[in-house]
Design a protein around this ligand. Structure first.
Ligand code: IMP
Length: 418
């Protein structure tokens, strides 16, 4: 039974939601294994747009089920909002979602801390202010609340008292919420989740279920935002790589494929190095044509040409086996397109950055290719072949529009070449 992971190859926003949704009807389970409501996965179903931040991108029209794994940091209030939107159009859909009881919760003080700490940084990261960094920080420093805590009221009360005591000491009383409020808030959310009939689960008891069926793992953000291997410190705080499946009890050896989703150009939202960034008319044109505005925060995304050294880095770091290229249509009509093939790092030419510091020091080396009218134009196929040759990784699918059905295999596309 097939096990496939889909991860972002760049700085997120590659269109993973749409790609996962395209495949989802062929899989029994869609599993999110990291990140939180900082992600924004847009899917279209029967012409209607849905933006999920936490829910796995299951196909509402199929019987697929969604699992939210222990590597995630979950804002229950946001989760309920998403479920209610789906429930309106697909009554009963909430019972197709399962949450690992070991998952961490994003709580009101995390969002307060995200604001506070960002405002105190001399060089802000440009976070989504969804409390992600503080929640993962609490997990590591052992101050957090796991989902199972909300089922043990005494323990929950005690933990909240202890955590607020500590937080108020750290932040000199600047935290506005308090333990009692947060306790009532969590009990209320638990009741709402019960009413929606969401399932509370464990990757331990799901072990055999997952192994006996098909599973699609849906990554969040992109390899270059990964806490360990991304462009540190301008990264998110979770795992953005296929290795994150370990938080659902899987080894990457159990995966049949790891698809790296690659946008035909590059974008980044928030601060941090971006070697191929365009600050000119071309950059503006790509932003407008590609509607490059954050799905979570609405911020304009920074735009630039495709960066192959970054792609080679992502391939190695995340063990990518195939590429799905997205937003191929956005570059339609450009006379020429540039593509970065190497970095000049302090006078040394590198085809693949060795550390995330190389991204800071890199001056991009470009080649120029002829543009294409549409994705059935031979020049587009040349662009794809160029990417494959320069990265040593095969492009298997192309997405050429926001709708789920606007996607095909490269072979299908070749048949249509004029
Ligand atoms: P945080 O994850 O909110 O802490 O933000 C850290 C960095 O990751 C910021 O630069 C964000 O803009 C970026 N980021 C987080 N989630 C996403 C995403 O889903 N897409 C693109 N960038 C993201």
């Amino acid at each position: 039974m097939k096990k496939v992971a889909i991860v972002g190859s760049q700085w997120g926003d590659e269109g993973k939601g749409k790609v996962v949704n395209y495949f989802s009807s062929d899989y029994e389970w869609i599993v999110r294994f990291s990140g939180g409501a900082n992600a924004g996965h847009t899917i279209y179903y029967k012409g209607k747009k849905y933006v999920n931040h936490l829910l796995p991108s299951i196909d509402p029209g199929s019987n697929s089920k969604g699992f939210l794994g222990a590597g995630m940091v979950i804002d229950l209030e946001q989760l309920i909002k998403e479920l209610k939107i789906l429930e309106n159009d697909f009554p009963g859909i909430s019972s197709r979602f399962y949450i690992d009881m070991e998952a961490f919760l994003v709580l009101p003080w995390h969002k307060e801390e995200d604001e506070l700490i960002e405002s105190m940084r001399r060089e802000p990261i440009g976070t989504t202010k969804r409390g992600i960094g503080p929640a993962y920080t609490d997990k590591v420093s052992r101050e957090g609340i796991k989902l199972y805590h909300i089922f043990h009221e005494e323990t929950l009360k005690q933990r909240l008292d202890d955590i607020y005591y500590l937080k108020n000491n750290i932040h000199n009383g600047k935290i506005k919420t308090n333990a009692e409020e947060t306790y009532s808030y969590l009990i209320k959310l638990r009741k709402e989740l019960d009413e929606l009939k969401v399932n509370f689960a464990s990757a331990v008891s799901m072990r055999d279920v997952f192994r006996s069926t098909s599973v699609l793992f849906e990554g969040a953000q992109g390899v270059l935002l990964d806490l360990d291997f991304g462009t540190y410190p301008f990264v998110t705080s979770g795992s953005c790589m296929a290795h994150g499946v370990s938080s659902v009890g899987f080894s990457t050896f159990e995966l049949d494929e790891v698809y790296g989703v690659l946008k035909a150009y590059t974008t980044r939202v928030g601060e941090g190095p971006f070697p191929t960034e365009l600050k000119d008319e071309d950059g503006e044109k790509i932003r407008n044509l590609g509607n490059e505005f954050g799905a979570t925060t609405g911020r304009p995304r920074r735009t630039g040409w495709l960066d192959l050294p970054a792609m080679r880095y992502a391939k190695i770091r995340s063990g990518l086996t195939k590429i799905v290229i997205t937003k191929a249509d956005v570059l339609n009509g450009f006379d020429k397109v540039k593509i970065c093939t190497a970095y000049d790092v302090e006078g040394k030419i590198k085809e693949t950055p060795e550390t995330s510091l190389d991204f800071v020091l890199a001056k991009p080396v470009y080649e120029e290719l002829r543009g294409w009218k549409d994705t059935n134009d031979i020049n587009f196929l040349k662009y794809l072949t160029f990417i494959e040759e320069k990265t040593g990784i095969k492009i298997e699918y192309i997405s050429y529009g926001p709708k789920t059905e606007e996607m095909c295999t490269v072979n299908d596309m070749i048949m249509k070449i004029k």
